[in-house]
Design a protein around this ligand. Structure first.
Ligand SMILES: Nc1ncnc2c1ncn2[C@@H]1O[C@H](COP(=O)(O)OP(=O)(O)OP(=O)(O)O)[C@@H](O)[C@H]1O
Length: 283
């Protein structure tokens, strides 16, 4: 497929860049976050086990971990889609438990696990979400986003009839409708061919540069993480077992690729590194 040229960055209005970083709360602050799901035998599965981290504004942080590590559950709690069993989530300085509705218009997400209504066309879906976000100039916004994400020719097709890769691009368009300050992405390039995935990564990089947005992304693609992320949180069995800038993790583990670091951590027993050694690079 031939992708449209990505528009050059233009700055839009954001919180003042002159604001004192010491007084600006981080994009995400999580403390003691825990989620236990009840099981039919009346016990429970601990999906997220008392994690704590902060994500600074304006960066791209990767949330990594093997299958079942707790990434999707964590993102769902950040979005307020799942209520934590314990712990606190603060988004852009707002306590999600008490004032979720004050901050939801400033954030958005995409996930391959959340399907848009199948029978609605792409245009109808994006229009409904644009209205939910209270946007003005909805027709133009939908048209522009469709153009940017190469979706114009799919606009009047039912969303359910699209390929997995096309659905991923529609989900990303939905996630960008309100030009969020915080973008949570669960496997943003899953099901995309290498060319389209590369195009999407470039799009996300330019989006971040243009808007100053913060991005948290869960990914199994270590090359993607090395390219996009300035901080990484490594999860295993519901806990954060290491964190740091990609380069710092490579140095600490004596590895050449993040894939090797990932395997070291995924296959380790207990904490990935001795307690206290893990740098708080996501902070
Ligand atoms: N609704 C639920 N009920 C019971 N257990 C759940 C539920 N949702 C998730 N879990 C369990 O919680 C754990 C973490 O799941 P989660 O989906 O957060 O992992 P993940 O890191 O996103 O995995 P993957 O990379 O496979 O998507 C898993 O053991 C999963 O089986």
């Amino acid at each position: 497929m031939t992708h449209p040229t990505i528009a050059p960055p233009t700055m839009t209005a954001r919180p003042s860049p002159d604001a004192n970083p010491a007084t600006v709360p981080p994009a995400i602050r999580v403390e003691g976050l825990t989620k236990r799901f009840p099981t039919p035998d009346r016990s429970s599965v601990t999906a997220v086990d008392g994690i704590g981290f902060t994500v600074p504004r304006g960066g791209v942080t990767g949330l990594l971990g093997g299958n079942g590590a707790g990434k999707t559950t964590t993102i769902s709690m950040l979005l307020g889609l799942l209520l934590p069993t314990a712990g606190t989530v603060e988004i852009l300085g707002v306590d999600m438990a008490r004032h979720r509705h004050a901050v939801l218009p400033r954030m958005n997400f995409s996930s391959p696990y959340v399907e848009l209504p199948h029978r609605l066309t792409v245009r109808e879906n994006l229009t409904v979400y644009a209205h939910l976000y209270g946007l003005t100039c909805v027709k133009k916004r939908v048209r522009d986003l469709a153009e940017h994400l190469d979706l114009t020719r799919f606009l009047d097709r039912p969303s359910g009839g699209l390929s997995a890769g096309q659905k991923t691009r529609v989900a990303l368009a939905k996630a960008l409708l309100n030009e969020p300050e915080l973008l949570l992405l669960d496997e943003p390039t899953a099901s995309l061919d290498p060319d389209t995935a590369d195009w999407i990564r470039t799009y996300l990089e330019r989006y971040r540069t243009r808007t100053g947005a913060t991005i948290l992304l869960a990914s199994h693609n270590m090359l993607e993480v090395e390219r996009l992320c300035d901080g990484v949180l490594m999860m295993r069995q519901g806990r954060i077992v290491d964190r740091g800038a990609p380069a710092a993790l490579l140095a600490r583990y004596g590895r050449k690729t993040l894939e090797e670091v990932f395997l070291d951590i995924a296959r380790a027993d207990g904490d990935a590194v001795p307690a206290g050694e893990a740098a708080d690079a996501a902070e």
